[in-house]
Design a protein around this ligand. Sequence first.
Ligand code: HEM
Length: 128
Amino acid sequence: PSARTFYAEVGGAPTFHALVAHFYAGVRTDPVLAPLYPQDDWDGAEERLRGFLEQYWGGPTTYSENRGHPRLRMRHAPFAIGAAERDAWLHHMRAAVDSLGLTPEQDATLWGYLTMAAHSMQNRPDGP
Ligand code: HEM
């Protein structure tokens, strides 16, 4: 069994649930980020991010069954994401990853992806 997924290695569904719950608890109280999110559908937003991340790391493909191809750059186009929004997103995600107690190697794998993805989602130029 050489193909154990990263999803399974870090603990599967409970780990991703904890990651995304911790992240959104921070986002909901963030003055820069909170206004961007659907105020009447926080649970849905949490479910979409969790499903995407689980699928990305080799878990269930529920995300695409419900939402189709991720097309994340396109789906973020309606939201103005500059350096401030990107850094705030990464700040809450860093705290959420810290809460998981991953090994240094697992942490580096997950964090490397998240930082790369957050930079690629920026759709407004850096300020002066
Ligand atoms: C959706 C903001 C980065 C994955 C959203 C939504 C907002 C948002 C406001 C709509 C919430 C909803 O109704 O689902 C941001 C900001 C980012 C960022 C400010 C800063 C860089 C990322 C990154 C990822 C990601 C790095 C992936 C690693 C998703 C996913 C959805 C989503 C999967 C739901 C897409 C859908 O199916 O509609 N994001 N996002 N986001 N975001 Fe982000």
